[in-house]
Design a protein around this ligand. Structure first.
Ligand code: ZN
Length: 443
């Protein structure tokens, strides 16, 4: 018991470090690259020829914001065992020519919304800026990661005295209410200098940028027994981190383990690096052909493959418990949530749900079930979008959390370890099927 308690503490401390150093999808990918390389995985480039060796782990990135890692089994492989999550979170993105002057006294920054965010939590707290800049080189352009990494901005609320009705509900106007304050009059023309300094380049070298605001408040474990984890970007980096931990700890199996992290889920996935792109399909096909196999063997392998679409789920809310389904009620720290939806917004069906339950039982971790209330339209995720590109038996799961799409979310500390353990079992196993409805699990 004590050992597991230590493991809960350890994995969440690691997760907090990962979240803190991953303010954007670009940084999350960079941190995963380091973790994979430390474990001996080798980098592949999409634009170069792939030569794969049996028993070796590899990773490939697209747009520096999506990443797929896999390991080639020693023997001829049966299929692919995939866990997919997303690297992005809702945020405010900085527009070009960002500085806006207010009566020559204040400098604000011009921003727009990325994704379906809860707006209120972004106000009245220290914020900073991170992302990437693209700079001139001698023969072209090159991308540089940037994180200003200091308290830089704030989006101030209007005092209650100037809107007495604000607590009865407020509609945020993104162009008026969500612009951060950058400085006093001396700050004019300073923003790009701050960015260039953080990127260690000259301002004149910067040709373009993808920069986002992020919450400076660090993640923490809280509650009477430190049973909750509260932090920015738990959706979906908690799942992504648990998947990577499971991938790195998995024993070699008969199938190819594939840790897949895609960008742009929060804006519909339809980018070249999103779930609606060919990235996953391209990688699976290249693994297949690099191992000297043809199209027939590729399609056979897909029938014996399994995908877990891992994206956080809603826990019953302590202050509004009636928002959840009457009987299928996930709670934090009570295990991985399997998500169902009759109209297939989630990919889970009786077969993929049952297979995932068997994986959880093998991993000795609890699971629970989520349905939306029948009178509520829920969110969607990347599982069914990815299936339109590469069709596989897929289950939609997630870890239960509160305040989804806030810039500071709350989840269960135990659940991180539960998912890492289930991921380890998934990546070590195979789910063999011929397409006749029967599946054999090879552990
Ligand atoms: Zn998500």
């Amino acid at each position: 018991m004590t050992r597991r308690k230590e493991m809960f503490e350890e994995i969440n401390q690691d997760l907090l470090g990962f979240l803190d150093s991953s303010p954007t999808s670009f940084h999350a990918v960079e941190n995963m690259k380091h973790m994979l390389e430390r474990a001996g995985c080798q980098r592949l480039m999409e634009g170069r020829h792939w030569e794969l060796k049996k028993g070796v782990g590899y990773y490939v990135t697209r747009n520096d914001s999506s990443l797929i890692a896999f390991r080639v089994p020693e023997k001829n492989f049966l299929g692919f065992q995939i866990m997919a999550g997303h690297s992005d979170s809702p945020a405010l993105k900085i527009k070009a020519n960002a500085e806006l002057l207010v009566e020559k006294k204040y400098v604000r920054l011009n921003v727009e919304k990325y994704g379906g965010m809860l707006c209120a939590p972004w106000l009245d707290r220290p914020l900073s800026v991170a992302g990437r800049v693209v700079v001139r080189t001698l023969d072209g352009v090159e991308s540089r990661l940037v994180n200003v990494d200091r308290d830089l901005l704030i989006i101030p609320n209007l005092a209650i005295h100037m809107n007495r009705k604000v607590n009865e509900g407020y509609e945020f106007n993104a162009q008026r209410d969500l612009l951060p304050l950058f400085g006093g009059e001396e700050a004019a023309d300073g923003f790009m200098k701050v960015v260039a300094e953080a990127a260690k380049v000259g301002t004149e070298e910067i040709l373009d940028m993808d920069l986002f605001l992020y919450n400076r408040m660090k993640g923490t474990l809280l509650g009477m027994n430190r049973e909750f984890i509260a932090a920015p970007r738990l959706d979906d980096l908690q799942c992504v981190f648990a998947s990577l931990k499971g991938f790195l700890e998995a024993a070699p199996g008969r199938s190819v383990p594939v840790h897949c992290v895609l960008d742009n889920e929060e804006v519909g996935s339809s980018t070249k690096q999103g779930a609606d792109s060919t990235f996953l399909k391209d990688v699976l096909q290249r693994i297949n052909s690099a191992m000297g196999r043809g199209q027939e063997e590729y399609l056979t392998a897909l029938a014996s493959s399994f995908m877990v679409s891992a994206d956080n789920a809603h826990s019953v809310h302590p202050n509004q418990p009636d928002k959840a389904d009457p009987v299928n009620r996930p709670f934090m720290n009570e295990g991985i949530v399997i998500k169902y939806s009759a109209n297939q917004k989630y990919t889970t069906d009786a077969v993929s749900g049952a297979v995932f339950k068997a994986i959880c039982e093998k991993a000795e971790v609890p699971y629970q079930v989520f349905f939306n209330r029948s009178d509520m339209v829920g969110g969607s995720t990347l599982g069914n979008i990815s299936n339109s590109q590469v069709a596989l038996n897929t289950v939609d799961i997630g870890l239960p959390q509160l305040a989804m799409h806030s810039c500071y979310e709350t989840a269960g500390a135990k659940d991180t370890l539960y998912l890492a353990e289930a991921a380890r079992v998934l990546y070590s196993s195979s789910v063999c099927g011929d397409g006749d409805g029967a599946y054999r699990m090879v552990w």
